[in-house]
Design a protein around this ligand. Structure first.
Ligand SMILES: [Zn+2]
Length: 371
């Protein structure tokens, strides 16, 4: 009897083996996103490495000096230890593919002649600042036909939020203090004291969503050097410029929107040199010749849009960019204060403003010292 049982058990061993194999379970780690299981892998460390690598790609364009405060997924992520059949365990390659899956590809367009940020933003249902945020490396003055711009970012399956703090140095513009004198002819100016730009440390707190700016706030400003105002004498007799709150000499402006010189991008930390002074002004406001001279260029000039270059002699030239209208021709002589065009937003511009450049013997100068 006993022998018979032993024989029976022995005979059924291969079958048991199959059953045991079918029931065999291994320890694995499930990747759970917002409560849904995406996949499972056998090594927790490998999964963590893949996730780290995925998140790190969103740090590569950030300024090296920035202080990263948070790198996290927008979705709720869990790694859950389970016992499952080996069949349900995925290879790392599969895990990698699922983690870096893309729901929608980015939409990139090519800049054409005559395009400006206003038109492009409008055409793609964006605001100008959103378009700038999508293209942080694009220098508004140096965009030419053929350049590529992102109008819709890539939409990954897993979203990454990065928060960081960055402190950059920025210039503080000086103001011109005008002193009216009657011994000067109309439109004549005399600088009694040159202005000096100040300097400040600005701390930004920036949140990026999949590498694109979601929010940017100034958390601290520390003035290192106060600007010194310029003192300028102006003639009291009739001047070409009447009304307007601020008289920048060549245009009735509202404010300086961008200074001459280095500007550090708060996200990338990249330095960009701005060759002129941007003066925000109403569309159509008159643009006036800085001083007597001869027009040497008048027409389209890449990122500067409709642009005029005037030669004043003695190595001095002035450039006027983003104009909506050009009222002069090449070779034409112009007088101080003569209307040569109108404020616009042509070329690559974020809004109506005059880009005013002063060039002395081929090198740009700080226009604030000339106005
Ligand atoms: Zn400019």
């Amino acid at each position: 009897m006993l022998t018979a049982i032993v024989i029976l058990v022995l005979a059924s061993l291969p079958g048991l083996k199959i059953i045991a194999e079918a029931l065999r379970k291994e320890t694995a780690y499930q990747f759970v996103v917002d409560g849904k299981v995406w996949f499972a892998v056998s090594k927790k460390v490998s999964l963590e490495e893949i996730l780290d690598e995925y998140k790190k790609q969103y740090l590569k364009n950030i300024d090296k000096h920035a202080m990263v405060k948070k790198v996290d997924f927008l979705q709720k992520i869990e790694i859950v230890e389970v016992k499952i059949k080996p069949d349900y365990i995925d290879e790392l390659k599969v895990a990698k593919e699922k983690i870096s899956a893309v729901e929608e590809e980015a939409v990139i367009i090519e800049v054409k002649k005559g395009d400006n940020l206003w038109n492009l933003a409008k055409a793609h249902d964006l605001t100008v600042s959103e378009l700038e945020i999508l293209n942080p490396d694009a220098d508004p003055h140096k965009i030419f036909p053929g350049d590529k711009l992102v109008v819709k970012p890539v939409n990954p399956a897993l979203d990454v939020i990065v928060e960081f703090e960055n402190t950059v140095m920025e210039s503080i513009p000086f103001k011109n203090e005008y002193k009216k004198v009657n011994n000067l002819f109309k439109n004549q100016q005399k600088i009694l004291k040159k202005g000096v730009e100040g300097e400040k440390e600005v701390t930004y707190y920036i949140t990026l969503h999949n590498g694109y700016q979601k929010s940017l706030a100034i958390t601290n400003e520390n003035i290192l050097k106060e600007p010194v105002n310029a003192l300028v004498q102006i003639g009291t007799r009739t001047t070409v410029f009447r009304g307007g709150r601020i008289n920048y000499g060549v245009v009735h402006g509202k404010r300086i929107s961008s200074l001459y010189g280095n500007r550090i991008h708060p996200i990338t930390g990249k330095r960009r040199f701005h060759e002129g002074l941007d003066i925000a002004a109403n569309h159509g406001n008159g643009v006036h010749a800085y001083t007597d001279g001869r027009v040497v260029e008048a027409g389209w000039n890449g990122g500067y849009g409709n642009c005029i270059l005037v030669d004043h002699g003695n190595g001095l030239r002035t450039r006027y960019g983003h104009l909506s209208k050009i009222s002069v021709r090449v070779g034409q002589r112009v007088k101080t204060g003569e209307r040569i065009g109108a404020v616009g937003s042509t070329g690559t511009s974020t809004g109506p403003h005059l880009h005013f450049e002063v060039i002395r013997w081929g090198r740009t100068q700080n226009p604030l010292n000339y106005l």
